[in-house]
Design a protein. Structure first.
Length: 299
C-alpha cells in the first residue's frame, strides 16, 4: 500500500510545543515535593538524555552526529536551554504561572524580534507587525506591573531572554539531525545542571521520595522530548519573529491550567490578553512562508 504523506509545517509544530510547554509549567510544581528547584532540572535533563541514548542504541542504522561546523552552536544552545529552563522553574516556584509566562513572553518577544530582524536579516512584513503588535498588547494587558521587584518576575524576565537566544541558535542548527541535537542538549545540559546543583544547593537535592514524584518526573521527561523536538523543528522551518509569537500562545494555555488546577483566577483584562495572544498566533501562522516537511506514515 502506498505511504500517504502528511505535511507538517513550522507553525503547527510550534503550536503543539506551546501546549506541551504549558503542561510542563504544572509539572514543575508537582515535582517540588520530591526534588529541589535546581535538582529537578538536572533530574529531568539526565532522564531525557538516558531515554534518547537508549532509543538511539535500539534504533537501526547509523547514529547521526553533529557536524563540526555546527558544534559551537549546539554547545551554546545546550547551555542556554538548560539555563532558560532553570529560570522558568525558579519563576514558577515564586509567582503564578500566568505571571511567569507573561514576563518571559514579553522579554522573549522583544529580543527575538531584535535578533531576528537585525542579526538574521529576517524580513519585516505587515502581517508580522500585526501579529507582534497583538501579542504585545496582550502581554501589556496581562499584568499591572512587570517590574514589581519580586524574584519570580525577575526570573521570568531572565527566562524569556535566554529563550530568545535559544531560538536564534536553533535557527543556526537547521539541517542538523534533531535527535543528535537533543542528545547534545540534554547530555551537556544535565552535566551543567548537576554541577550547579552541587555548588549552589548540595543540601536540597532529594526532598521526599515517592511513587507520585517518580511518575511525574518520567512524564515530564517524555513531554520535554516531544516539546523540544517540536521547537527545534519549528524554529528551523520558521521565521524567528513569527515563530516566537506562535510559541507565546502557551501563555493562554498556561493561564487556563493555572485557573483550573491551582485556582489562579484571571481578571477580565487577563482573559482579553489571552485572546489577543491566540489571535496573534493565528495571524503569525498565516504570515509564515509555507515551509513543510513530508512525514512518511507507515501503514
Amino acid at each position: 500500500m502506498a505511504k500517504p504523506k502528511i505535511t507538517f509545517g513550522g507553525s503547527e509544530a510550534l503550536l503543539g510545543a506551546a501546549i506541551f510547554f504549558a503542561l510542563t509549567n504544572v509539572l514543575v510544581r508537582e515535582m517540588t515535593d520530591m526534588w529541589g528547584d535546581q535538582a529537578q532540572v538536572a533530574a529531568r535533563f539526565a532522564l531525557v538524555w538516558v531515554i534518547l541514548v537508549v532509543f538511539a542504541k535500539l534504533s537501526k542504522g547509523k547514529r547521526a552526529t553533529i557536524p563540526r561546523s555546527k558544534m559551537k552552536f549546539a554547545v551554546a544552545y545546550s547551555i542556554f536551554a538548560a539555563t532558560a529552563i532553570l529560570f522558568f522553574t525558579l519563576s514558577i516556584q515564586n509567582t503564578s504561572i500566568a505571571n511567569t509566562l507573561f514576563t518571559s513572553n514579553a522579554t522573549e518577544l522583544f529580543i527575538a524580534f531584535l535578533l531576528g530582524s537585525l542579526l538574521l536579516r529576517e524580513k519585516i512584513t505587515p502581517r508580522k507587525l500585526i501579529a507582534i503588535g497583538l501579542a504585545l498588547v496582550g502581554l501589556i494587558l496581562y499584568s499591572d506591573s512587570i517590574l514589581v521587584g519580586s524574584i519570580g518576575i525577575i526570573f521570568g524576565l531572565l527566562g524569556g531572554a535566554t529563550t530568545a537566544l535559544c531560538n536564534v541558535l536553533a535557527k543556526k542548527l537547521k539541517g542538523v539531525d534533531l535527535s543528535a541535537t537533543m542528545r547534545m542538549q540534554f547530555g551537556l545540559g544535565a552535566v551543567f545542571m548537576i554541577v550547579l546543583t552541587l555548588i549552589f544547593s548540595p543540601n536540597d537535592i532529594v526532598r521526599t521520595v515517592s511513587i507520585e514524584g517518580v511518575a511525574v518526573t518520567i512524564v515530564f521527561a517524555l513531554l520535554l522530548i516531544v516539546a523540544t523536538r517540536l521547537v527545534l523543528y519549528g524554529f528551523q522551518h520558521s521565521d524567528v519573529n513569527v515563530a516566537t509569537v506562535i510559541l507565546s500562545s502557551q501563555l493562554a494555555f498556561g493561564a487556563l491550567l493555572g485557573f483550573f488546577l491551582y485556582q489562579e483566577v484571571l481578571s477580565p483584562h487577563e482573559i482579553i490578553s489571552g485572546a489577543l495572544i491566540l489571535c496573534a498566533a493565528i495571524i503569525g501562522g498565516i504570515a509564515q512562508k509555507p515551509t513543510v516537511k513530508d512525514i512518511q506514515v507507515h501503514l
